[in-house]
Design a protein. Sequence first.
Length: 267
Amino acid sequence: MTATIAVLSQKGGTGKTTTVRTLADILRRVGVATLAVDLDPQGNLSDYFDVPPETAPTVADMLMGGATPSEATYADVIPANLNLAEAELSLGGKIGRELTLRRALAKAPEEYELIMIDCPPSLGLLTVNALVAADYALVTAQGQYFALQGVEQAMEVVELARETLNEELELLGILLGLADMRTVHSREALASLQESFPGKVFSSVIRSSIAYAESAERAVSIVDYRPDLARDYLALADEVLARVGGFEQARRQLEEITPVRPEHAAS
Ligand SMILES: Nc1ncnc2c1ncn2[C@@H]1O[C@H](COP(=O)(O)OP(=O)(O)OP(=O)(O)O)[C@@H](O)[C@H]1O
Ligand SMILES: [Mg+2]
């Protein structure tokens, strides 16, 4: 059985793509066959994974019925580009438009144990498609003022998807990223999320560091670029696997990845 996780947020720049990229990388390292789906016309996930820009077919072709998931997969990534914006527009007029991704991914190769979907920074039709295709929603929030407000809006859409189109959908958790716990507003953001969504906020908080932008630019995983920082995502990977369940072997292997701080690294 494949478990599908949609990573979403109402706001832009909350770390969705970095989370999909990094979790997919870590999970593959511990033997979890993971398919990453770029569902954002910006194509950032495809860039982070260094998929050549002209790669075709893409997720847009898959949604329009012109390619199967296997045909649209390039190195365990189903990439996206601006064609996805057009595909979203033409889906808009169709009956069953919210079910398109679910139907397409039903044909994804069975050997994938996890599918992670990177949503665009809006709660429109593409994000709804991801929530209808998913078993779990992972909501990202930035460790700043107004974190709670963005999460509340995302949660409303998760609820709506569950009530109307996908009653199996579960909230996997809320992730606080780009946080600096030395600052009052990151601490307040965490506290207000924990208060509003008890038991749902991941204990792993992702620290803010310029190293994320640097590693994205170089298309290198943070695990290799700054193993010391990658501890945050290693801990998150463990929480994610524990919440999904059934990945004991992979969780044991996670313990063996022990990141060290490179001598030369700046903070
Ligand atoms: N923990 C972090 N600390 C600092 N910068 C980060 C962190 N995680 C990601 N970033 C950087 O912040 C920017 C936004 O991150 P990312 O692309 O993952 O967010 P996103 O939610 O997918 O954005 P969008 O809404 O535009 O799709 C990128 O430049 C990324 O490198
Ligand atoms: Mg993104």
